[in-house]
Design a protein around this ligand. Structure first.
Ligand SMILES: Nc1ncnc2c1ncn2[C@@H]1O[C@H](COP(=O)(O)OP(=O)(O)OP(=O)(O)O)[C@@H](O)[C@H]1O
Ligand SMILES: [Mg+2]
Length: 268
């Protein structure tokens, strides 16, 4: 994804287990799709587990950003494990939302793809502990421990559920080597999305939240640091002075109007 590697000093270290967290629609899946595609471009073996969307939906979403997932699957570079359309009976669908079955399938997929550096995306892990949130940490630890030996760098998506966090403590976050958090805010009636690297072990990563954009045909890009700088929004002093002067003259020229104060202020 354009601009992201700069935030983490070059890239996610090999073998890391990264938690990707955030509210609905903040870009976790799009971000994961970029990570998967980068793997294909670099010759990694890629396993993508999808629980919230079907395999076809992930392929369609990737295609909107010029990434040919279907082709990568055909060429044996990628396997998409479908955990939504369960029981279809095809080789790469899960029968149950069961953590042991998941791990087994991932290992089978890795064996099929062959030896070498691999990427795994689990989008999302939350599905596996929906009815037992207290298991979040145990499951994450188990997945990390088993997959570590298989040369996987892992992105594990997790929906941010405040209630779960309050009731059961942190799930994936402590187990993870890195945490990438997506956020959303409404600014002047418009949805803005942001990314913040909250943790990346052994990495001098950026501590600044950045605004991101998801663009048709292109995907996710880092736009700018979210830190509001005065010079981005405030006119230079001389320009402001001239505008005020002009307004005063205008007001004086029309006798029935009164001077309003504060109408050229900014909101910082
Ligand atoms: N082709 C596109 N062009 C522009 N924006 C798009 C395009 N496709 C998707 N998006 C944006 O991406 C958003 C979906 O992002 P994404 O699926 O990554 O969210 P998410 O964090 O995975 O959400 P959830 O937790 O619900 O799975 C859409 O709501 C839309 O705003
Ligand atoms: Mg998603």
């Amino acid at each position: 994804m354009k601009g992201f590697d700069k935030l983490i000093a070059g890239g996610v270290p090999r073998g890391f287990f990264v938690a990707v967290v955030g509210e609905p629609g903040t870009g976790k899946t799009v971000f994961s799709i970029h990570f998967a595609w980068q793997g294909v471009l670099e010759g990694d073996k890629v396993v993508y587990v999808t629980t919230e969307e079907s395999r076809e939906s992930i392929i369609r979403q990737a295609a909107m950003f010029q990434m040919d997932f279907a082709g990568a699957v055909d060429r044996g570079k990628m396997i998409i494990i479908d955990a939504l359309m369960r029981g279809r009976g095809d080789e790469w669908s899960l029968q149950e939302l069961d953590i042991d079955e998941l791990v087994q399938k991932v290992l089978e997929a890795k064996k099929r793809l062959g030896y070498g550096r691999a990427r795994l995306i689990i989008d999302s892990m939350s599905a596996f502990w929906l009815d037992k949130p207290a298991m979040a940490r145990k499951y994450s630890y188990m997945v990390k421990r088993i997959l570590y030996k298989w040369d996987f760098t892992v992105y594990m998506v997790s929906q941010y559920a405040i209630t779960t966090t309050q009731a059961f403590g942190w799930g994936v976050e402590h187990v993870a080597d890195g945490i990438v958090r997506f956020r959303r805010y409404i600014r002047r009636g418009e949805l803005k999305r942001y990314v913040l690297v909250e943790k990346m072990r052994q990495t001098p990563h950026s501590l600044v939240m950045h605004e991101i954009d998801i663009r048709d045909g292109e995907g996710m890009v880092v736009v700018r640091p979210a830190r509001a700088r005065r010079e981005d929004t405030v006119l230079p002093r001389e320009v402001t002075r001239r505008i005020i002067k002009g307004r005063i003259q205008e007001e004086l020229a029309s006798p029935e109007s009164e001077l309003e104060s504060g109408d050229i202020g900014d909101d910082f």
